[in-house]
Design a protein around this ligand. Structure first.
Ligand SMILES: Cc1cc2nc3c(=O)[nH]c(=O)nc-3n(C[C@H](O)[C@H](O)[C@H](O)COP(=O)(O)O)c2cc1C
Length: 277
């Protein structure tokens, strides 16, 4: 059956009008609630995240504004949405061995973070090892054993209790810098060779922030630990980690059972300089 050309054109016209109306509606309902708004307006990775169970730092979102560089209203997001997510991230040490989200969701967060976090010259030198449940507990048993060899005996009970609190959580994300990758870029961009180790560290920090924030948004509490390089060798042996991978940090996470502690904030006036505003 053939459709007359005028009917075909009319269909396209109504589809375009409907799309514009839907976009307007979506924007006018933005900003109604912190997390509903956050979910609705975030890009695909964030938009399917669950709201956090609670946060002492809720800041009301202002209405979602269109980015001047946006190419499509349906994928637009505002800085306020992102900044609210940033304010949600906190250190939480009271964690349990459960997770409010499935392991596949945690893996999704890791995968999206490692895909989208930036790196110098797009070198993509960050590596991640995700340890869950028994594997996570094994990590903290190793850490306890390593520390027992170096911490004075009279101080060890305190250390042991602290390590036990990390072990009691659900999982740990290990962040690494891959020096094999950095070496390739050091040769390729010899002028900046001495900068790459620092850039590698900076890049892992960006990954850490992304994963930490996303886990918090999903209702998981987390805290960042640094028992590297003490544990590096034992960890590498246990999980077959390449010798080129340098452990940078350990992000412990689990379902939180208490609110994070109070955080103090230095005034931005002494920390930010603005010229030309
Ligand atoms: C580079 C860096 C290193 C950190 N190292 C540790 C650490 O070894 N142990 C720890 O408990 N927290 C560590 N933290 C967490 C900070 O103490 C924490 O982020 C800070 O006090 C602000 O609190 P908040 O995370 O609740 O906002 C580290 C944070 C950063 C950014």
């Amino acid at each position: 059956m053939q459709i007359p050309a005028w009917q075909f054109l009319a269909c396209i016209f109504f589809a375009a009008v409907w799309h514009d109306m839907a976009s307007l509606l979506r924007r006018s309902t933005a900003g109604l609630g912190r997390y509903t708004n956050m979910k609705a307006s975030l890009p695909p990775f964030f938009s399917s995240l669950n709201p956090p169970k609670s946060s002492p730092f809720s800041t009301t979102l202002t209405a979602n504004k269109m980015s001047p560089h946006s190419t499509s209203p349906s994928t637009s997001t505002s800085a306020d949405t992102f900044l609210s997510a940033l304010a949600t991230r906190r250190s939480n040490y009271a964690l349990t061995s459960t997770s409010p989200i499935p392991d596949s969701r945690i893996q999704h967060i890791i995968n999206q973070s490692i895909l989208h976090a930036p790196s110098a010259f797009n070198s993509q030198s960050t590596r991640i090892v995700l340890l869950l449940k028994n594997e996570h507990q094994k990590l903290w048993d190793i850490t306890r054993d390593v520390l027992k060899e170096v911490v004075p005996a009279d101080q060890f009970p305190k250390t042991e209790a602290k390590i036990a609190s990390f072990r009691a959580a659900y999982g740990t994300v290990l962040f690494y810098t891959d020096h094999a990758t950095l070496r390739i870029y050091q040769e390729k961009f010899a002028l900046y060779a001495d900068r790459f180790p620092t850039w590698g560290t900076e890049s892992t920090a960006m990954h850490q922030l992304a994963v930490w924030t996303a886990l918090n948004l999903e209702g998981l509490g987390a805290n960042l630990q640094h028992y590297n390089p003490l544990v590096d060798e034992r960890v590498a042996k246990e999980w077959g980690v390449s010798k080129d991978w340098e452990l940078m940090s350990m992000l412990v996470f689990g379902a939180p059972v208490a609110e994070p502690g109070v955080r103090t904030y230095e005034g931005v006036e002494s920390r930010v300089r603005v010229f030309g505003a």
